[in-house]
Write a protein that binds this ligand. Structure first.
Ligand SMILES: [Zn+2]
Length: 269
């Protein structure tokens, strides 16, 4: 039983600030190293639970930022890891051979009240919909997996991310490791307890694969995103056939979800 694990940083317990990549101070270095360890600890806990739940193969996508946030030396030796930039696709290698997909360290979509570090791809995006369904990165992963008939069975992150996942995917297993007090404040579980809950949740999730349906919408697909600023030039550069409204909204169509996401994100790159 193959499982595809996506990972992100903002939903990890103990993380309440953006990763700062261009600040060359000892404090920032120490903070980034801590974030990497916290993430890798939660990822390893999930891996532990997945193997206990019957997984025979786990592929881990190092998904945050530049795609190299996991502490590679610490990672559970039973998995393989996808990392790095210039990917052929956002979720490379995900296909119908997987029994389920999971997301560790999830954050809520752009604009979610009480969502810790909420965003959708970047802080420039105000709102994204596919066929009028408002989605963030959780929904994107669920739809891509759904294209291959693969259910999303587990999301871990803050309480808002878990609620978002539950609304999109009925019956999905979730593990909340922190509760947002604002975009930059949370009540968090210490690592040992967060990891224990994630391990248990991952194991439970695999026991429930048959109950959870892949997320699918009816084709054709219309992607619409709205930015906070006027970035799009009418008729130029965005996704070929995109219609640009007001320079901060674009809208385009595709017959399948993979083509739609490739247009939206500009993959392969
Ligand atoms: Zn991230």
């Amino acid at each position: 039983m193959k499982i595809y694990m996506m990972t992100d940083l903002e939903g990890v317990s103990g993380v309440v600030d953006w990763e700062v990549c261009d600040q060359d101070t000892h404090e920032n270095h120490a903070r980034r190293q801590l974030m990497r360890r916290l993430l890798t600890g939660e990822v390893n806990a999930a891996i532990e639970g997945l193997f206990a739940g019957g997984a025979t193969e786990v592929v881990v996508n190092d998904g945050h930022g530049t795609g190299y946030t996991l502490d590679f030396e610490m990672i559970d030796p039973r998995v393989t890891v996808i990392h790095g930039t210039h990917r052929p696709f956002w979720l490379p290698e995900l296909d119908e051979s997987f029994a389920a997909t999971v997301l560790i360290g999830a954050h809520a979509r752009a604009g979610t009240p009480g969502g810790v570090l909420y965003h959708t791809q970047s802080t420039l995006v105000k709102r994204t919909t596919v066929n009028h369904l408002e989605i963030g990165e959780i929904g994107q992963q669920a739809l891509i997996a759904g294209h291959y008939g693969v259910p999303m069975v587990l999301v871990t992150g803050d309480q808002a991310a878990c609620a978002e996942a539950e609304a999109l995917v009925p019956g999905i297993e979730t593990v909340a490791v922190k509760r947002g007090l604002s975009r930059y404040a949370a009540v968090s579980l210490p690592p040992a307890r967060a990891r224990e809950r994630i391990r248990e949740g991952a194991q439970r999730a695999l026991g429930r694969i048959a109950e959870i349906k892949p997320l699918r919408l009816a084709p054709p697909y219309v992607w619409r995103d709205e930015l906070f600023h006027q970035a799009y030039e009418p008729g130029v550069e965005v996704a070929g056939d995109a219609v640009v409204h007001d320079r901060n909204v674009r809208e385009f169509r595709a017959d399948n979800i993979i083509d739609l996401v490739n247009k939206a994100f500009g993959y392969p790159r």
